[in-house]
Design a protein around this ligand. Structure first.
Ligand code: PMP
Length: 381
């Protein structure tokens, strides 16, 4: 139940264990094409977008967006926590100007504040973090994108903790870049950063782009287009095992259907939050911004590190806090990818027992209390 890599599906993980198939082989070409197409589908990107799959992870896809910027470009960073702040760390390495709007832990910068800033600011781009993994707070991307669209050229969404678990309609919501990593809500093996880029974004790739060599998307663009057209190509070695693992993930997503997958995430997260409340614990994210993929929970009555080790020795791996403001006062849980009701019930039981073993304050019986959520929610499944 870590926030990423997320819960395993052994078919998906073992699909990565292929022989070292050449990246020019027909098997690889067809797996890569399938992944690119399916990734566009799960992000709601129409055919005017270009998908990219790069070796690496979320930070690679984040940093690759500097390809769309040039010297002196102005970027507004909307940061609701540690991963929003990562944009600041990235952009500070490049000759761009940026400003950061920040929210307190568990909250989000309101749409009205972001709109007021872009109206005044003359920004080229704005970055949003769909689900802030350090707190579990979710941005209403559709609303936010509609509010800023008239004032900025590029709307960039970090969907690392959302794509595959939360609905996102890149074309319809007029987003320019939606990016993620293979190991989170897509539930595949670690090793790939993925993004889709709008025509508007792709047109900004030029000699004046400020990226370095490896992450210059101009180097990857013809390769991606070639794979999409049924061919192949090489710029740098792709993450071959991860491409096959992603293929298995996407096949399972197709089988389940994206709608049912999003609904499963919604139900599992609702049940998890209910169980946490039954225990008498407080959720970090404000009530109206809670995500379906990550929940952060305050825990004051025992030491967080002791709690995490006890939970781990009982078979459930949880994540420590990383938000600077509240770091030592909370823990995080990922319920994304292949999460099922049994994982939620097991996690709640282990959380409850770990706190009580350590002498902390907790109400017992949370797993039983969430039964109704699953019975109601999953009845149509
Ligand atoms: N953005 C968000 C929202 C994340 O949760 C993470 C990873 N936890 C990243 C970016 C960075 O991704 P990676 O660790 O795969 O580089």
């Amino acid at each position: 139940m870590h926030v990423g890599p997320s819960i395993s599906n052994y078919n998906v993980l073992s699909s990565a264990t292929v022989p070292n198939i050449g990246f020019a082989s027909p098997e690889f070409n067809s797996a890569f094409k399938y992944d690119l197409e399916q990734f566009m589908k799960i992000t709601g990107a129409d055919e005017s977008y270009v998908p990219f799959i790069l070796p690496g992870g979320g930070t690679v896809s984040m940093e690759s967006v500097v390809s769309f910027l040039k010297k002196g470009s102005r970027v507004l960073i909307v940061s609701n926590g540690a991963f929003g702040d990562r944009w600041e760390k990235i952009f500070s390495r490049y000759p761009v100007e940026f400003k950061v709007l920040r929210a307190n832990a568990g909250n989000i910068v309101p749409v009205s504040q972001v709109k007021a800033e872009v109206q005044e600011g003359g920004y080229d781009a704005v970055t949003l973090t769909h689900v802030e993994t350090s707190t579990g707070a979710k941005v209403p991307v559709k609303e936010m994108a509609a509010a800023v669209r008239p004032y900025v050229d590029l709307i960039i969404v970090d969907g690392v903790a959302s794509v595959g678990g939360e609905r996102i309609n890149t074309s319809e919501w007029n987003i320019d870049v939606c990016l993620t990593a293979s190991q989170k809500a897509l539930g595949a093996q670690t090793g790939a950063g993925l993004l889709v880029a709008s025509q508007r974004a792709v047109e900004r790739l030029s000699e004046n782009s400020i990226s370095g060599f490896f992450l210059d998307l101009r180097n990857w663009l013809p390769i991606m287009k070639s794979f999409l057209a049924g061919g192949g190509g090489y710029f740098a070695t792709p993450p071959i095992g991860t491409v096959f693992s992603l293929k298995k993930s996407f096949e399972l997503i197709e089988e389940e259907t994206p709608d049912r997958r999003f609904e499963r995430h919604r139900i599992c997260s609702e049940a998890f939050r209910k169980g946490i409340k039954e225990m008498g614990l407080e959720i970090v994210a404000a009530e109206n911004v809670r995500s379906n993929t990550v929940t952060a929970v305050y825990l004051d009555s025992v030491k967080i590190q002791d709690f995490l080790s006890t939970a781990l020795s009982n078979g459930v791996e949880l994540a420590a806090g990383v938000h600077e403001q509240i770091k030592d006062r909370y823990f995080r849980v990922g319920h994304m990818g292949w999460v099922e009701p049994a994982n939620i019930i097991n996690a709640l039981t282990v959380i409850e027992n770990s706190i009580s073993t350590l002498g902390g304050k907790v109400n017992k019986g949370s797993a039983l209390a969430v039964k109704g959520v699953f019975e109601r929610g999953l009845s149509g499944f």
